[in-house]
Design a protein around this ligand. Structure first.
Ligand SMILES: Nc1ncnc2c1ncn2[C@@H]1O[C@H](COP(=O)(O)OP(=O)(O)OP(=O)(O)O)[C@@H](O)[C@H]1O
Length: 273
């Protein structure tokens, strides 16, 4: 995204500072600090009920925290609505697939671009000639890149509702990419997938992050520890609304507190072949 506030690789893209979120007596998040740096894959892990979804909802603007600051490219976004955050370059996929079953793969992907379209009579009147043609060409180009990346050429005209779950998840990723995001929030992208689908999805996430064409910063919430440890530059561990640690996958795997929080839940040392 061409922007005067463009930031460089390794600089803070998204920052949470002192985030508190309570629901009645339940403290879902108690003073969370997190910095996502441009170019990285930063994962958030934690046992069930740790506060991961609440955190993602706060980041994407669905929830307003009672305390704390959220900054994107150094600017406060606390007061921005979800679609305004999307316009800044933040896209999200959801835990449960959120596709339009009756629409084709291509139309679902196209929906992801809607935040870029101008609306209103005045804008519509100004939106003529070359500019419009360029936007259509650019849109087509993006669609083709997404279809190519996700290997969904064969199903582009199929209704999404008829596809297996794994492909529906792929389409959902495609729709998020259509926004040409700078930050992609992936909420359990591997949940419900079989082994082969998990491998495919992990590869797509890596491609989106590493390929020069995309170079998307990723915030990943995931229970599959093998994939998390393989893909992430950093891992943030949450338990009962508190941060246990934020470090490299290796540091996290060797932290006794993390192991204790997960005891009996997951094998943190399991990595995929
Ligand atoms: N809208 C809400 N109203 C009341 N309590 C809520 C709400 N959303 C979340 N909570 C509570 O906040 C805590 C954190 O929940 P959250 O859904 O963020 O956990 P999670 O880490 O995403 O868990 P999972 O891995 O199972 O998805 C839980 O105790 C949950 O019951």
């Amino acid at each position: 995204m061409g922007n005067a506030d463009e930031i460089k690789e390794g600089e803070a893209l998204l920052e949470l500072e002192g985030i508190h979120m309570h629901f009645g007596k339940v403290a879902a998040l108690s003073g969370i600090d997190l910095t996502i740096r441009k170019g990285e894959i930063h994962s958030v892990i934690g046992p069930n009920g740790a506060g991961k979804t609440v955190m993602m909802n706060i980041i994407s603007g669905l929830y307003r925290p009672q305390k704390g600051a959220i900054r994107y490219r150094g600017r406060s976004i606390n007061s921005l609505k979800p679609y305004e955050r999307a316009k800044l370059g933040m896209a999200r996929t959801f835990q449960k697939v959120e596709v339009f079953g009756g629409m084709t793969v291509l139309d679902n992907i196209r929906l992801g671009r809607h935040v870029h379209y101008r609306s209103g009579i005045l804008n519509g009147a100004l939106y003529l000639g070359k500019t419009k043609k360029e936007e259509i060409e650019h849109r087509t180009f993006i669609e083709e890149e997404i279809i190519d990346l996700l290997e969904i050429e064969q199903i582009r005209h199929k209704p999404v509702g008829m596809l297996p779950y794994g492909l529906q998840k792929r389409v959902e990723l495609g729709r998020a990419l259509a926004l040409e995001p700078e930050l992609l929030i992936l909420d359990e992208p591997l949940a419900g997938l079989n082994l082969e689908e998990v491998e495919d999805m992990a590869r797509f996430i890596l491609d989106v992050n590493e390929e020069k064409r995309w170079r998307v910063t990723c915030l990943l919430v995931e229970h599959d520890m093998g994939v998390v440890m393989d893909l992430s530059n950093r891992v943030f561990v949450l338990n009962f609304g508190n941060m246990i640690m934020d470090g490299t996958p290796e540091e996290v795997q060797n932290n006794p507190e993390v192991i204790k929080a997960y005891l009996g839940e997951e094998d943190l040392y399991a990595t995929r072949a």
